[in-house]
Write a protein that binds this ligand. Structure first.
Ligand SMILES: Cc1ncc(COP(=O)(O)O)c(C=O)c1O
Length: 341
């Protein structure tokens, strides 16, 4: 795995999840800097990060007095690298930026950001949980000093995360107590889980090119068909420069959770709302930051085995489900222009 991610074996720390790897990157790098007498206390992140990145950054802000600049995104969910660079200050310690957005698939300009970070001596942590094993990448190609990942996202077991650490990256353990993993994470590692993750990454990496183009075909097909099939539906995220396995859309006049249930009974599994906070009922912070419709939202994951026929089945199921829900709630579609005259 270290070879695939472009770090020496000593540069990998195993954790119990992507979330824990992210906490180690954000909190552990701050701790390491403080211990070395570094007085910089400012962080930059984006408004569309995974909740684990935002929570760790907010913790440093609220509990340790760090300044936190949260950069916004455009309507397709993309961060402007120039805005990140403009947010850098003399006391900026680190930038925490995702590679691909987990809800709408937008790829972020990590490399452009990394150039400015390097010039200014600022650490760059890239949350690559969505893309390790799905897009060809290494620490070097992303320009990252720290790279967090999660095994379940590329077909490995749940409960195995990792942080890849480059030459400039330093983290102090959040869980201390023994000398395991070069004192960067105490406690016994899940060795069978890690072995399974390594096999899964090898398999995913060997299929990368063919799978990427096959999924990209399905993604483009879905994006073209959805707005034509369902009235008052908005597809989110950029058309190009996007994760090949993510399509997100919102439909007016329907509730997202009701839509998920309706699709579930038709044998289709999708997410709604924030993909990792489905029980809170809050609208997704990602869609809010993008300024798009948050209501009636579904996130569709395209797996390596899905094809265009599956995509067509999905479009039919969604068209039926939206139709049934709109008929049930009595909410009418927007009148056509000639009807308003
Ligand atoms: C972009 C991103 N970061 C972090 C995580 C957290 O990973 P884990 O579920 O392994 O804690 C996820 C999980 O969905 C994610 O999509």
């Amino acid at each position: 795995m270290a070879e695939t991610l472009g770090v020496p074996e000593s540069g990998l720390v195993w954790t119990g999840s992507g979330t824990e790897a992210i906490a180690l990157a954000v909190l552990g790098s701050a701790r390491a800097a403080e211990r070395r007498g570094d007085r910089r206390r400012h962080l930059v992140t984006s408004a569309v990060e995974h909740s684990s990145v935002l929570a760790a950054c907010e913790r440093l802000r609220d509990e340790a007095g760090y300044g936190l600049s949260v950069v916004g995104v455009d309507r397709s969910g993309v961060v402007d690298a120039a805005e990140v660079v403009a947010a850098l200050r003399d006391d900026t310690l680190a930038v925490h930026l995702q590679h691909a957005n987990h809800e709408v698939g937008a790829l972020q300009p990590t490399h452009e950001v990394s150039v400015a970070c390097r010039e200014r001596g600022v650490l760059l942590h890239v949350d690559a949980c969505q893309t390790v094993g799905q897009l060809g990448l290494t620490l070097g190609t992303l320009g990252a000093d720290l790279l967090s990942g999660s095994s379940a996202k590329f077909g490995g077991p749940r409960g195995v995360g990792f942080l890849a650490i480059g030459d400039r990256g330093r983290v102090d353990a959040l869980v201390a107590g023994d000398e395991r993993q070069r004192r960067r994470r105490a406690g016994m590692e899940d060795v069978p889980g890690i072995a399974a993750a390594a096999v899964a990454l090898t398999v995913a990496t060997s299929r990368l090119d063919t799978e990427r183009s096959a999924r990209e075909l399905v993604r483009r097909h879905l994006r073209a068909r959805l707005p034509a099939a369902v009235e008052d539906l908005e597809v989110h995220g950029p058309l190009a420069d996007a994760h090949p396995g993510i399509v997100a859309a919102s439909a007016l006049y329907v509730d997202g959770e009701a839509l998920v249930a309706e699709l579930d009974s038709a044998g289709v599994a999708v997410h709604s709302g924030s993909s990792c906070a489905t029980t809170s009922g809050r609208p997704s912070h990602v869609l809010v930051a993008m300024g798009v419709l948050t209501h009636g939202h579904v996130r569709i994951g395209i797996g390596p085995d899905h094809d265009v026929t599956d995509a067509d089945r999905f479009v039919d199921a969604l068209t039926d489900a939206v139709g049934r829900l709109r008929a049930h709630t009595g909410l009418r579609r927007r009148p056509a222009p000639q009807e308003t005259a």
